[in-house]
Design a protein. Structure first.
Length: 124
């Protein structure tokens, strides 16, 4: 599981389940301060889940969308690149780098609502 900083749980759940097509795995209250354990995963994936962690202080808020210094650090493997690509475009996901054919397969870079960069890849 990876932890991903977000500004608001409900906004993040809506975004990742609608625009990215992820499934909500868990949403459990963690006490009176509003903290929650929120886990999503790519649809149909048996791979890594994402823990959506609400930023709790100014340092964490400043890191939202820039947890890796602006580099791609999340990867979505697909068996139907063009269908998934069209889905992301339809739901307003920012295409940070248009699709290209590389030695390893078809790839584009997506930027989520927080600024995180994702590779969408269909491997050959």
């Amino acid at each position: 599981m990876l932890s991903l900083l977000v500004d608001d749980y409900d906004t993040a759940i809506d975004y990742y389940t609608r625009a990215f097509g992820f499934s909500l795995v868990e949403d459990t209250a963690m006490g009176p301060d509003g903290k929650r354990w929120v886990v999503v995963k790519p649809g149909g994936s048996a791979g890594t889940n994402l823990l959506l962690a609400r930023a709790k202080n100014e340092q964490e808020k400043a890191a939202i969308g820039n947890q890796t210094g602006g580099r791609v650090f999340l990867f979505l493997d697909t068996t139907d690149f063009w269908s998934d690509y069209e889905h992301y475009k339809k739901y307003g996901v920012d295409i940070a780098r248009e699709p290209s054919e590389e030695a390893y397969g078809t790839v584009c870079v997506l930027r989520d609502r927080y600024g995180n960069l994702w590779d969408l890849v269909q491997r050959q």
